[in-house]
Design a binder for this molecule. Structure first.
Ligand SMILES: [Zn+2]
Length: 474
């Protein structure tokens, strides 16, 4: 029987399907320091609207004031309409019927004033590299709408987006789609004749995007990255993505205060913004190449932990203020332990054992080298402090990941012992990733022992004892 409720339901589905946002990012040689961003609505918004520019990066564990570099904000309803700057990174349009809001970002000044290269976008002669969250704002209340991204560069420039990676042609344009603002903000854009993009020959859709200001062996970067990626994929067995990009910039320092070397994970990519010493040539030591492999593998691991399974505070993400997170020791420590295991699994047994032992010993030494007030802090407190200070005072970051990795190692030992080697932490973490995907929520610390113990059939209490011991501090 035809039913009004059914009709209304169908109408609301149609309306929801029509609601989307288009983001247009434009760069031209005439205005070389800046980009122009337009956010266009599919239909006029019938209420006042607030645009927010992010001040926080997922897993950034710091505050970055990207709104300082945004200016010339304009709004359009039926005609140009006033925009009021509010406190914080907010711009308010009172007039109803918004169809477009647009602004410039002074990317050159952004990079000059943000000293952490891994948190900054860049413009260079014949190259632009943009981190989504550093230049793209959202309309408050509309963060979950699907987004269509269009990027336009100067004539003849290849343009690349990690949302829809492909080896770019020189058509100076690319389009991509994101399910929501988070996916958009967590993606990267790169363009220019000096950008090099390769598809790496593996079973998965794997890409390498490189911009280097010094000569470097791009093929070698690709080989090491693909090797690291496949080893981590083997550890988890399934990947929560159908493509993945390693995005590398090798840069001459902008000033003595600028720091290079920190990398960052994203949903379907990882970014490595490195100093010139990290270029690869014939003189690069085998030790350096192994450090690169570890760094790649570690950041690929993050695409599972914490991007798809995380503790309280990580999601939903608060873009205006870096969230207080209880479980950075899990995000960083467990991800480190997984990296060690994924790389060791591919080594001959004795070599793998030695590698594993050396890594874990180095974490014990790191903890021992910390001032007592840091090494004895409870992990919960340290994690909350680290939510804003993880790399600014890297003693906090190092203590968090060292203790987390050793906690994971202790769990692994307990699981292997209780199951007489039939199961290992890897089995628990595979199940935990699946739990994260299905539940769509953060785990509470009190839930973690059960989530680790149940899939491998070991005593929950034994895992809880390990968690509590490490959480306490000493
Ligand atoms: Zn990390």
């Amino acid at each position: 029987m035809f039913c009004l409720v059914t009709l209304l339901f169908h109408l609301s589905v149609v309306v929801a399907a029509q609601q989307s946002l288009a983001y247009l990012v434009q760069y031209s040689n005439e205005n070389a320091a800046r980009i122009h961003v337009q956010i266009v609505t599919a239909s006029p918004i019938t209420s006042p609207v607030t645009m927010v520019i992010p001040r926080a990066i997922p897993s950034g564990y710091a505050q970055e004031f990207y709104d300082r570099y945004v200016d010339r904000v304009k709004a359009t309803t039926s005609s140009e309409t006033p925009v009021k700057k509010q406190d914080g990174p907010r711009w308010r349009v009172e007039q109803r019927g918004l169809t477009k809001i647009e602004y410039d970002v002074d990317v050159a000044r952004l990079e000059q004033e943000i000293f952490d290269a891994s948190a900054a976008s860049k413009v260079r002669p014949e190259y632009v590299g943009l981190l989504g969250y550093s230049v793209l704002g959202y309309l408050e209340g509309f963060e979950n709408l699907p987004v269509r991204l269009e990027v336009d560069g100067p004539r003849g420039w290849p343009v690349f987006s990690t949302l829809a990676p492909k080896v770019p042609s020189d058509t100076s344009r690319t389009v991509a789609e994101a399910r929501n603002f988070y996916e958009l903000a967590d993606s990267q854009i790169a363009m220019g004749p000096k950008l090099e993009v390769r598809r790496l020959s593996t079973d998965v859709s794997l890409f390498l995007a490189v911009y280097s200001e010094v000569p470097t062996d791009v093929k070698k970067h690709g080989e090491i990255f693909a090797d690291a990626f496949m080893k981590v994929l083997a550890y988890f067995a399934i990947g929560p993505f159908d493509h993945y990009t390693a995005f590398i910039e090798i840069l001459k320092p902008l000033s003595e205060r600028h720091s290079y070397g920190f990398s960052m994970e994203h949903l379907t990519s990882s970014t490595y913004f490195l100093g010139a010493t990290r270029a690869i040539d014939a003189n690069t030591s085998p030790q350096q190449l192994e450090l690169d492999r570890f760094n790649f593998a570690h950041h690929v691991t993050h695409s599972w932990i914490p991007k798809h399974v995380y503790g309280t505070g990580y999601m939903p993400f608060t873009w205006e203020l870096a969230p207080e997170i209880d479980t950075i020791w899990f995000n960083e420590g467990f991800a480190r332990y997984v990296t060690i295991e994924a790389l060791a699994d591919a080594m001959p047994e004795t070599e793998g054992k030695k590698f594993r032992q050396q890594r874990l010993d180095s974490y014990r030494s790191l903890i021992d080298s910390m001032p007592g007030f840091i090494s004895s802090m409870s992990l919960l407190k340290l994690s909350r402090v680290g939510s804003l200070m993880y790399s600014d005072d890297f003693r906090i970051g190092q203590t968090l990941f060292s203790k987390g990795a050793l906690m994971a190692a202790a769990m692994d030992a307990a699981i292997r012992k209780q199951t007489r080697g039939r199961k290992r932490l890897r089995d628990s973490l595979r199940a935990l990733v699946s739990w994260g995907e299905h539940s769509g929520r953060a785990f509470r610390i009190a839930e973690l022992p059960g989530l680790i113990a149940r899939p491998v059939g070991v005593s929950e209490q034994s895992i809880r004892t390990i968690v509590n011991e490490w959480l306490r501090g000493n």
